[in-house]
Design a protein around this ligand. Structure first.
Ligand code: SF4
Length: 329
């Protein structure tokens, strides 16, 4: 962890977070097992930091984001936002804290009401949470449009009149309308054309810097996360297996799974591409309903040892600010 990060206060603290989904069968819908989507993860996010959460689809990263925001109740664990425990909040207490934490969804279109003008979509949360009303809310909506690079005169248009990239800008403006401190960006560019992905990523980066926002940036793309985020956490089958500064995780990945992810990612430099070692992962990701004993990665790991199949590796710091869960360290 850099000195800069240590100097910053912790904004969000996640401890032993679990989210299990019951699996029901039969006429009586008896619970026959649990899908362990998020299985005992802990990390901190510092004020003004962007923390990336990376992994293949189904690894639990979106569920983590939703459990932190209390969009889905956690099975166990704690989430502290500026020291306030969120998992026990209900009703009005939870509603009061909502403006502080927002989400930018993967699919901007599904998160916008097609029958509501963009202006109304921006004003509605401000009115509901008492942030601004009437003329002040209209002015703020225009400001938000400019902030995300859209013409403020478009507030009377409907979502269908905008392109995918413009809709994502509207989704970002809506998330910003309540002046949040913390934003979960859930695969914010994966449904967009490649040609406009970099524009949205640059916009998110600029907003984070200018508005001093704190992000949990969820993505399956390690290189994208490296570009946006100070630190990167890698998730596999409900567990965080590696966490460190983004540069360190990309240059010196410690966990065999991170090494495999990086080896599979395309590299722009053809000379470097020619010299790279390929690590091909065998088999599919096991079911989170019945994860392997010991290390969850043991069924696919090219460096698996006997102990890996019996004992779950602890998540520990092996270099300053660089944590990994692997028996090799
Ligand atoms: Fe591979 Fe063992 Fe490390 Fe798991 S603990 S990643 S199986 S070496």
């Amino acid at each position: 962890m850099t000195t800069a990060q240590i100097d910053r206060p912790i904004l969000l603290s996640v401890r032993n977070l679990k989210k299990y989904f019951p699996v029901r069968r039969g006429l009586l819908q008896r619970v026959v097992g649990y899908v362990k989507a998020v299985d005992d993860i802990s990390f901190d996010i510092y004020e003004g930091e962007a923390l990336g959460l990376v992994g293949e689809s189904g690894c639990g990263k979106t569920t983590t984001g939703r459990a932190i925001l209390q969009l889905q109740p956690a099975t166990a664990g704690t989430v502290l936002l500026e020291g306030q425990e969120l998992t026990r909040l209900r009703g009005e207490a939870l509603r009061r804290i909502r403006p502080k934490m927002q989400i930018i969804f993967q699919n901007p279109y599904s998160s916008l009401n097609p029958r509501m003008t963009i202006g109304r979509a921006l004003i509605e949360p401000m009115t509901v949470h008492g942030v601004a009303r009437g003329k002040a809310a209209e002015e703020r909506a225009s400001e938000l449009m400019s902030l995300v690079g859209l013409n403020p005169y478009f507030v009377n248009r409907f979502p269908s009149e905008f392109s995918g990239g413009q809709r994502q800008r509207i989704g970002i403006a809506r998330a910003l309308s309540l002046n949040p401190q913390f934003i979960v960006c859930d695969e914010p560019i994966s449904s967009l054309d490649v040609s406009i992905q970099s524009q949205i990523v640059n916009l998110l980066k600029r907003l984070q810097r200018d508005l001093k926002l704190t992000y949990l940036f969820i993505s399956h793309d390690l290189s994208m996360v490296r570009f946006v985020c100070d630190r990167t956490a890698v998730m596999y089958l409900g567990k965080i297996v590696e966490l460190g500064e983004s540069d360190a995780v990309n240059r010196r990945p410690l966990h065999p799974y991170t090494q495999a992810l990086l080896a599979a990612a395309p590299v722009a430099d053809p000379d470097l591409e020619a010299t790279r070692t390929r690590i091909v992962l065998e088999g599919d990701v096991p079911s989170p309903l019945n994860p392997p004993a010991g290390c969850h990665f043991s069924t696919r790991c090219p460096r698996v040892m006997d102990v890996c199949r019996r004992v779950e590796p602890p998540f520990k710091e092996v270099e300053p600010g660089h944590q990994v869960a692997c028996h090799l360290y």
